[in-house]
Design a protein around this ligand. Sequence first.
Ligand SMILES: NC(=O)C1=CN([C@@H]2O[C@H](COP(=O)(O)OP(=O)(O)OC[C@H]3O[C@@H](n4cnc5c(N)ncnc54)[C@H](OP(=O)(O)O)[C@@H]3O)[C@@H](O)[C@H]2O)C=CC1
Ligand SMILES: CC(=O)N[C@@H](CCC(=O)OP(=O)(O)O)C(=O)O
Length: 346
Amino acid sequence: MSITVAVSGASGYAGGEALRLLSGHPEVEIGAVTAHSQAGERLGVLQPHLHTLADRVLEPTTADVLAGHDVVFLALPHGASGPIAAELAERSPDTVVIDAGADHRLESAATWAQYYGTEHAGTWPYGLPELPGQRGRLAGARRIAVPGCYPTATLLALTPGFGAGLLQPRDVVIVAASGTSGAGKALKPHLLGSEVMGSMSPYGVGGGHRHTPEIEQGLAWAAGEDVQVSFTPTLAPMPRGILATATARLTDDADPAAVRAAWETAYADEPFVRLLPEGQWPTTAAVIASNHVQVQLAVDERAGRVVVVSAIDNLCKGTAGGAVQSMNIALGLPEQAGLESQGVAP
Ligand SMILES: NC(=O)C1=CN([C@@H]2O[C@H](COP(=O)(O)OP(=O)(O)OC[C@H]3O[C@@H](n4cnc5c(N)ncnc54)[C@H](OP(=O)(O)O)[C@@H]3O)[C@@H](O)[C@H]2O)C=CC1
Ligand SMILES: CC(=O)N[C@@H](CCC(=O)OP(=O)(O)O)C(=O)O
């Protein structure tokens, strides 16, 4: 028996990636595909790479259209998922809802209001199965909040160290470069090809980026205490990929020789996270179009810090792949179903 999955925001990047992965999922039948301003258009016009779905017509994103599916993926702008999820809960209480947007990620309503400026829609189980204890919270879940792409990359880089009590909770510094698809498909002047090509630029500098509290929240879960982060995102001239460089101060009694062992232990049995052999460093090229994550670290003994680098595909593990992985866990399916693909090269 197949699971029917509706994808809303199907004209966008995250929705398109969800459809790419779900169309190869052995247990899934794709149901409604919906959009907003482009409802009525054929998918083949907007997502020409989704060959087998080209003749599907986008329907409007309403609870009526989405109701009755086993699973609904929401890949909508911030603030749009909350209302539609609330309506779906009334109309279709058995439907599992997976939100790729930010609406249900944060525990603190005050922090949500500070960074997003709207009313908080609530908090759902966080869809990062690699966090300690998180698979148990996702098994059987009816609602899942998919993490932001930068939080996925940086939490996977740093949580083993915090979980093992090796890192100080202050003075954590993260600089991450993202491909332009992270910003979505909607037209933005600073993302015009002539502005982006051949140049890298920072944005959200000085603690203003809305992923800062989400990263602090995830690190605090691992550390068991508040963690303070300085996070700087940068835009890189590539369509996909995130390379995050995270550094944190080692605790006074941390044995530098034990540091690597913490990451080895954390990721020994993870199907999608690979601590690379010593000396090999992550690249975005290696993870593009796959749900895999590369991690590497070094102890900078002179600075008393660990330096961890992670690479993900922002649209795959950073959004739609992470969403499918969490869906699989929630429904009791093999965790890797639909996510078997290697990367692409060159
Ligand atoms: N891109 C990424 O790497 C990541 C994205 N996300 C999150 O996923 C969500 C989607 O992002 P992304 O695909 O990049 O964005 P896009 O801009 O590419 O797509 C947005 C989608 O939402 C639809 N939409 C726009 N306004 C509304 C509305 N008011 N009500 C309902 N639907 C609407 C659009 O439809 P139409 O085209 O018809 O107007 C389109 O299908 C966002 O919340 C984003 O933060 C999360 C992690 C990473
Ligand atoms: C390059 C770029 O612009 N990236 C996006 C992050 C995308 C993401 O993960 O998103 P959400 O939290 O919005 O779901 C940004 O910095 O706003």
